[in-house]
Design a protein around this ligand. Structure first.
Ligand code: SAH
Length: 453
């Protein structure tokens, strides 16, 4: 049978994809439906026909799941930012656990159990880093929001329910000032405009708020007046930065930055330590869950006072500094210059003397450690989504630390990498942590312990 856009079928939710869509079947053909819960029966309209699958949109739910809840967010289904506003949080955690186990089964051929799933007490309003594109809608109103699933159309929002509540009023003021000053939003098709995106970084433990105005160029008319008015309207902004990004790519921040007001950084705390954070440094987006993540990672590493440990992909040094009091020496490595600078400053602020941070590519660095036969007892690795490369894994296998704690925000690359350690290491623990509530993203921690050889 051939399928056409616009046809309507009654289907039953049987599964979820790795990116949080509902899965159903029509005569054996797979259809993906955003917002469809397992067990629900719904009339869906086909909106896309592909060779191997269909995409549908719910028209009417015929049998409603007991796991369905009323979304806080009015654009939950249209917006690609979140996937689970309509699902009970308990079921979201189940989904996340299963997603990780499935990745290990399919990719690493390992059938694991999760030792623990660490949920959030408040799965809303947690994000401390907000990046908002601003654009015109069809009627030339200025809108801000997230992209629709797999597109670059912005779904307009008033507020976002997973972001720090302090961000929305500031974004609204910036849009109003853009109108007043006739600043054009950056247009991704004509590649023209003045303001590209707004980035905000808020502190959990301090009142600090950083606003970064990402502009296409450095010649905005009356820009100092614009920023003065913004700061006057929002005295809660503790630092304001202009970032100039002239490149026509998806990269958010450009090279050049001007600090307009304040120190150009914010402060925050994790596990009682204080951290200074610049605009370009990585910082975990959910502070309360990060504290649980680090605590668990440190517990799993079974650190002791004679240990020399490596914090690979160390960012601003948060894991290494949190672990430092339990060990003899911490060695950190990170590739972003500003982050390494922050990490060194953070060691000073917290009077931690047994850490050293290096600016280097993690794989190059670990090869150097291998060459000089550096003794390493335990390793924390926390790479970006793309995971580790084979060079890194090989050198780490050769360095033979007793314990490796792998923290990952992508179960697929985690499973792929763990498979390459398995000849020398066994998976002793797997913990799933919800850092990104209401979205399909999931964080996990794996403890690898060296096999006796
Ligand atoms: N452990 C930190 C940072 C984790 S995010 C924390 O919990 O906050 C991953 C970090 O890896 C980022 O800071 C990123 O800049 C860094 N990174 C990315 N590629 C890298 C590479 N090739 N070598 C070293 N660090 C890298």
């Amino acid at each position: 049978m051939t399928y056409n856009v616009g046809q309507v079928f009654t289907v039953v939710g049987i599964d979820y994809t790795h990116d949080g869509l509902g899965v159903a079947k029509i005569d054996g053909h797979t259809i993906f439906v955003q917002g469809l819960i397992i067990g629900e029966e719904a009339e869906v309209e086909i909106v896309m026909v592909k060779k191997n699958f269909l995409v549908g949109k719910i028209k009417k739910i015929v049998v409603i799941s007991p796991d369905r809840i009323k979304p806080l967010c009015p654009v939950a289904t249209a917006c690609g930012g979140c996937q689970f506003h309509h699902l009970s949080y308990e079921k979201e955690l189940d989904y996340k656990k299963n997603k990780v186990l499935r990745a290990f089964h399919n990719i690493a051929h390992l059938d694991l159990e999760a030792d623990e799933v660490i949920g959030s007490d408040v799965p809303y309003y947690y994000r401390n880093k907000i990046i908002m594109p601003i654009a015109y809608d069809k009627r030339k109103n200025l809108i801000h929001g997230f992209y629709r699933y797999r597109s670059h159309d912005i779904v307009a929002i008033e507020e976002c329910f997973i972001e720090d509540k302090r961000s929305a009023p500031i974004i609204h003021t910036i849009k109003n000032l853009m109108k007043e000053f006739a600043y054009e939003p950056y247009d991704e098709t004509t590649l023209k405009g003045d303001i590209r995106k707004i980035m905000l970084r808020t502190s959990y433990y301090y009142p600090d708020i950083m606003v970064v105005l990402i502009t296409k160029h450095g010649n905005l008319e009356a820009f100092s007046q614009f920023t003065k008015q913004l700061l006057a309207a929002h005295p809660e902004i503790t630092t304001l930065i202009q970032n100039i990004n002239g490149d026509d790519t998806n990269v958010v921040l450009g090279q050049q930055e001007n600090i307009i007001f304040g120190p150009g950084k914010i402060r925050d705390k994790l596990l009682g330590l204080e951290f200074s954070i610049s605009s370009k440094s990585f910082y975990q987006v959910n502070v309360l869950q990060t504290e649980k993540l680090y605590q668990k990672a440190i517990e799993l590493a079974k650190l002791n006072q004679n240990d020399i440990i490596l914090d690979a992909y160390s960012g601003i040094g948060t894991i290494g500094l949190s672990a430092a009091k339990y060990v003899k020496q911490v060695i950190g490595v990170e590739v972003v210059k500003q982050a390494v600078r922050d990490a060194k400053e953070n060691a000073k602020i917290n009077h931690v003397n047994n850490v050293v941070f290096f600016e280097d590519d993690a794989s190059d660095f670990i090869e150097k450690l291998e060459e000089r036969k550096q003794k390493i007892d335990a390793v924390f690795v926390d790479p970006p989504r793309k995971g580790l490369d084979e060079r890194f894994i090989q050198s780490l296998n050769n360095l033979r630390p007793e314990r490796i704690v792998y923290i990952s925000c992508d179960p697929a690359t985690l499973a792929r990498d763990v498979a390459l350690f398995i000849a020398h290491y066994q998976v002793s623990k797997l913990v799933v942590v919800d850092m990104f509530s209401r979205t399909y993203h999931v964080e996990s921690i794996v403890l690898l312990t060296r096999r006796e050889q």
